[in-house]
Design a protein around this ligand. Structure first.
Ligand code: CP
Ligand code: NVA
Length: 299
């Protein structure tokens, strides 16, 4: 089923039925049941921020599909030296078959999509990380199952915001616990409500974790927030995912990585059998390969 959208800027750019089909396709590709190709296709990858998983999974994924990915860091292209984003978008769109971009401002990825005459994929902005959500949903399907209840504990950040909407689309119950001053954009809960979810955020991690099959956390200090470190560390006291918070539960633990052990999660929890983080990381590639085939038009 081809996607109705030309771009993938956040998870609800696709419909719940399209999301379901994307995850089916990802699972089939991962199992080797289908082997769709994107021969000779080139993906331009713009990075304003560093990355391990996003860069390597997209680059390896394009190779596996028979295409090619091109890394474009801030010092590699004129964008980092004053060329306007819209000009970069227009020019790239005339060469490549798709653009994946990791940017600071979410509006910038929208500008890119508006001016590039090719599909644009959001590889993380300050507001959203929809490719992570695809991998997360695939991981939940494979492990606990989509009747899982998930507790998001920590910062109301890009990863959490896309996850809450994506989980709603997949029919997964989510509880959210953040400090009051670092909550999610209220529009996220409205978007989740459009898919039937009723998410009541709390400031108490124990309330969110009660009854959860999975506890999901991410760093407290996201890329670009380094100057807020001291005040954020103080605000997140009590939000660490540790043995005490998980005591009496057999909940699995998700983390998009990279993790800051000793801050949002303890070393022993991340190194325990509870952790799904490594499956999440692997599934980035499988989920994105399915997305690339759909968006770029593979067979
Ligand atoms: N989870 C994630 O996007 O990781 P990277 O920052 O390494 O790409
Ligand atoms: N919230 C983190 C996710 C990194 C993949 C950040 O934006 O830095």
């Amino acid at each position: 089923m081809p996607l109705a959208t030309d771009d993938f800027l956040d998870i609800d750019d696709v419909t719940p039925a399209e999301l379901d089909a994307l995850l089916d396709r990802a699972a089939a590709m991962k199992a080797g049941e289908t082997d769709p190709r994107l021969p000779d296709a080139t993906l331009g990858m713009i990075f304003e921020k560093p990355s391990t998983r996003t860069r390597v999974s997209f680059e390896t994924g394009m190779t596996r599909l028979g295409g090619h990915a091109m890394f474009l860091g801030p010092d590699d292209i004129q964008l980092g030296h004053g060329e306007p984003l819209r000009d970069t978008a227009r020019v790239l769109g005339r060469y490549v078959d798709g653009v994946m971009a990791r940017l600071f401002d979410h509006e910038d990825v929208e500008t890119l999509a508006e001016h590039a005459d090719c599909p644009v994929i959001n590889g993380l902005t300050d507001e959203a990380h929809p490719c992570q959500t695809l991998a997360d949903l695939l991981t939940i399907r494979e492990t606990v199952g989509e009747d899982a209840t998930v507790a998001w504990v920590g910062d109301g950040n890009n990863v959490g915001q896309s996850f809450v909407v994506g989980a709603a689309m997949a029919g997964i119950d989510v509880a959210v616990a953040t400090p009051a001053e670092y909550g999610m954009n209220p529009a996220v809960f409205d978007r989740a409500a459009a898919f039937g979810a009723d998410v009541e955020p709390t400031t108490d991690p124990e309330v969110a974790v009660d009854g959860a099959d999975i506890v999901y956390t991410d760093v407290w200090i996201s890329m670009g927030q380094e100057d807020e470190r001291a005040e954020k560390l103080a605000a997140f006291e009590g939000f660490q995912v540790n043995q005490e918070l998980l005591a009496g539960t057999d909940a699995k633990v998700m983390h998009c990585l990279p993790a800051h052990r000793g801050e949002e999660i303890t070393n022993d929890v991340l190194e325990s059998d509870r952790a799904l983080a490594w499956d999440q990381a692997e599934n980035r590639m499988h989920a994105q390969n399915a997305l690339l085939v759909e968006l770029l038009g593979g067979e």
